[in-house]
Design a protein around this ligand. Sequence first.
Ligand code: HEC
Length: 163
Amino acid sequence: MIKKKRIKTYASTLVIVMFVIQFVPLDRINPPETSPLRAPDTVMAVLKKSCYDCHSHETEWSGPAYIAPVSWAVSAKVFFGRRALNFSQWDAGSKTGQRTRIEALNNTILGIRQHQLLYYAANRKARMSAEERRLLLNWIENVKREQRTGFKNSGNTPPDKTL
Ligand code: HEC
């Protein structure tokens, strides 16, 4: 009997805690884009689908993003994701910064570094297919060539959408 009572107390405490934590304020802000990445539409579509929730100012704050404590984890991911790489501020920073960014992007897409498995487990739609991965890697190769040679063919310059 005592045990049952205890479980009840725990359960109601949990309910109360869950209720109270919903009121912890969180910033779910999408600030304006200062220098958004420009790339061919096909590339943009994949990045938007798979990466923009955490790496841009175009985050789609979906249902779980509003329920604590999951919302705290989501907010933190977006905060640190944007800090590590932000497609909405793509041109910010030095040329060397750009190179490092492209290299990190390359490694992430190649799968050298395991990335955000929980997110992709929960958002199956955001997963990249092998085809989409290849598309991004091709584009990255173009950007790298462009950085080395100054020859513009990555599609970052608007009229050229050859990819
Ligand atoms: C659920 C959120 C989330 C998603 C989705 C996500 N990332 Fe990240 N990403 C992060 C966080 C958080 C960090 C910073 C911490 C870390 O390095 O893991 C990060 C870091 C990075 C970095 C920087 C690594 C470095 O070495 O500086 C790159 C590059 C990156 N992500 C690429 C991508 C790409 C490409 C996609 C889409 C295919 C993507 N991310 C999707 C959250 C995310």
